[in-house]
Write a protein that binds this ligand. Structure first.
Ligand SMILES: Cc1cc2nc3c(=O)[nH]c(=O)nc-3n(C[C@H](O)[C@H](O)[C@H](O)COP(=O)(O)OP(=O)(O)OC[C@H]3O[C@@H](n4cnc5c(N)ncnc54)[C@H](O)[C@@H]3O)c2cc1C
Length: 493
């Protein structure tokens, strides 16, 4: 009896932990460092390849609910995230190095888990006592992709999305930027980050830039809730401003914005030539693609100034770029929502036109990547089993979900069910009233003709019976309360 897992990312790592926690031996195959991917940088398990944010962490927010359900199901990803948490207001963001280190050490030290560093070129044989979970992510290697295509046929699809640049904190000109959470939202009363070079030189500047926001007492207005199963993906997955948190803001005047805009649309980008043809994830559009949609698109997207007040003018800036702390040391900041495919030389030139970033050093440039996923509803059951071959499970991004948390959640349920199958027990999924059950239902029951991976939203969770409370926040909290109660029943069944 062994659960074999291919891919040691967020989904595969969580699946391994869940199966082993149920007493079933696990063999986890991870191809790094033997074979690299285009974006992973280390040999660690569960490496976060882009944003360091797991998004909102409150129960009036669907991804906050999903995380709480995962905590109650003893998620390793959630344990590691809590242990590596960095300041990000009402969102859960982590030190990516520490996070992956905790997961790698925990799984490597588990007596029931064997980690094999090799590329798996074809889907391994599976049986009821030896089920297989494939969790090879958006960058599934070519050989395995070809085999997957032969298993799922025409339903095997791909598209592209993009990642944001990261700058060295020390190279941000603090005299031009100001620290503020949009609408002054923050979970913490005070934020402490290491001082910049300029701050070290000037005590008065350190005082000016060291303040935090007010405690968060406001509702999350970013949750999309269309009430339908066919939803736009949540744009937060690629790190777009969640409206909550502790950010450095680079304010732009109208003249500065227009000059930046002209430079952006004139910059060399593979994306722009192809963006009509390529199928980008709408919530993760490269900035140059957004810019080409119109001069003001960015001012209503990642450069929106609403909820910000520039302390130097006492007014809302014309536009603003937000920088979010990206690691515990506080020496890396990512440009929020600034995923791009502009050529690196041009990228540095254009981004240095942003006030405060004139001398910025880039730790990582933005880029565009391939995203491999199957057509979930055509292929999967809500237990994450392949319908045509129930001893085989798909999990994570390649199974047709979107985002770190959703990928880990699918791995969690696949791990529980693979262990159950191996032990001759019943497989199941939590009800659609829970976030984890709703995600599984969406992936297995959405319209296969127009399938797009989705983040978790309240819109895919089964509506409340009877009269729902008035107001989005109260309704969402009621949905969460019911979800957690129903999850407890499922866990006890
Ligand atoms: C460039 C990029 C940026 C992204 N940005 C974000 C973001 O900001 N926020 C967010 O929530 N999500 C983001 N995503 C989506 C993100 O990849 C997923 O949310 C998450 O990493 C998926 O987890 P996973 O376990 O499915 O895949 P991964 O974490 O990618 O893990 C898959 C693992 O399988 C391994 N593997 C692949 N093929 C084989 C093989 N044949 N044999 C053995 N091992 C193999 C890989 O090395 C990898 O370790 C991004 C994705 C990419 C590619």
């Amino acid at each position: 009896m062994t659960v074999r897992i291919v891919g040691g990312g967020l989904a595969g790592s969580e699946a391994a932990w869940q199966a082993a926690s149920r007493g079933v031996p696990v063999t986890l195959h991870e191809m790094r460092p033997v074979r690299a991917t285009a974006v992973h940088k280390t040999d660690r398990l569960a490496e976060l390849v882009c944003s360091n944010s797991f998004r909102g962490d409150k129960l009036d927010n669907a991804v906050g609910l999903l995380k709480e359900e995962m905590r109650r199901l003893d998620s390793l990803v959630m344990r590691a995230a809590e242990a590596s948490r960095v300041p990000a207001g009402a969102a859960l963001a982590v030190d990516r190095e520490r996070f992956a280190e905790i997961i790698t050490e925990t799984l490597s030290g588990h007596p029931l888990i064997t980690i094999v560093r090799e590329e798996v070129g074809s889907i391994p044989a599976s049986s009821q006592t030896d089920p297989v979970i494939v969790a090879t992510g958006p960058l599934t290697s070519d050989a395995l992709s070809a085999d997957l295509a032969s298993v799922v046929g025409q339903a095997h699809l791909y598209f592209y999305d993009a990642i944001s640049p990261i700058v060295l904190a020390d190279t941000i000109d603090r005299s031009k930027v100001f620290r503020q959470s949009r609408w002054d939202r923050s979970l913490r009363a005070t934020v402490r980050l290491p001082p910049s070079r300029a701050e070290r030189a000037s005590a008065s500047l350190a005082v000016a830039s060291g303040g935090g926001g007010k405690p968060d007492t406001t509702e999350d207005s970013t949750v999309s809730d269309s009430g339908s199963v066919r939803l736009q993906p949540d744009p937060l997955s690629c790190g777009i401003d969640d409206g909550e948190g502790d950010y450095l803001n680079c304010p732009l005047t109208r003249d500065e914005y227009e000059a930046f805009y002209q430079a952006l649309v004139g910059a060399e980008s593979a994306t722009v030539h192809d963006f009509d043809k390529e199928r980008f994830f709408e919530g993760c559009l490269p900035i140059e693609v957004m810019a080409h949609r119109g001069p003001d698109t960015l001012r209503f997207g990642p450069m929106k100034p609403v909820g910000l007040t520039d302390p130097r003018t006492g007014r809302e800036p014309y536009a603003a770029v937000q920088l979010r702390q990206d690691n515990l040391a506080g020496d890396h900041f990512s440009l929020v929502g600034f995923q791009t495919q502009i050529k690196w030389g041009d990228q540095a030139r254009v981004l240095r036109m942003i006030p405060g970033l004139e001398a910025a050093e880039f730790v990582r440039f933005g880029m565009v990547h391939r995203n491999t996923y199957v057509n979930g509803p055509a292929v999967l059951a809500e237990t994450w089993q392949v319908r045509a071959r129930p001893t085989l499970f798909f999990a994570g991004q390649m199974s047709g979900v979107e985002g770190y948390v959703e990928s880990a959640a699918s791995g969690l349920l696949a791990g529980i069910n693979a262990a159950a199958l191996a032990k001759g027990e019943t497989v199941s999924s939590p009800p659609r009233t829970t976030a984890i059950g709703a995600l599984a239902y969406y992936v297995s029951h959405a319209n296969p003709a127009h399938y797009e991976p989705s983040n978790i939203t309240f819109g895919i969770i089964q509506a409340l019976d009877g009269k729902a409370p008035r107001g989005k926040k109260l309704r969402n909290l009621a949905l969460s309360e019911r979800a957690l109660a129903d999850l407890a029943v499922w866990m006890g069944s």
